[in-house]
Design a protein around this ligand. Structure first.
Ligand code: SF4
Ligand code: SF4
Length: 115
């Protein structure tokens, strides 16, 4: 959900108990804003085992034609599971403070695409 959508909503608009009433709406919520660390993917080190894709709880590993192509930072919450499971050390968790230095290495960055 965009900041503009949130800005339009008051407390009276929120369902009682904060219930989620629509199904399949996870894509609308940019959970990447919660993140304090981000996984930095290395194309060179990656052996394309797809463990990261299988383990990511947010489907934030981008795959095209069966190959990892990057990380969807709009939805990646920075939990680190992908880096923990990667057998090739192709994912490194880095501080968000340093992410601007490394953004050029991220193959897919949806935050940038939607700016
Ligand atoms: S850090 Fe967590 S949410 Fe982000 S890509 Fe890795 S497993 Fe998915
Ligand atoms: S777990 Fe590591 S080696 Fe396997 S596809 Fe993901 S980044 Fe590549």
């Amino acid at each position: 959900m965009s900041k503009e959508d949130n800005a339009k909503k008051g407390w009276r608009d929120i369902p009682i108990g904060g219930l989620i009433t629509e199904s399949g709406n996870a894509e609308k919520y940019h959970t990447g804003s919660w993140r304090i660390k981000r996984p930095l993917w290395s194309r060179e080190k990656c052996i394309q085992c797809l463990f990261c894709w299988a383990y990511c709880p947010d489907l934030a590993i981008e795959v095209e034609d069966g190959l990892v192509i990057g990380v969807d930072y709009a939805h990646c919450k920075g939990c680190g599971i992908c880096a923990n499971q990667c057998p090739a050390q192709a994912l490194e968790m880095i501080s968000e403070d340093k992410s601007d230095v490394n953004d050029d290495k991220a193959e897919v960055d949806h935050e940038k695409k939607t700016e």
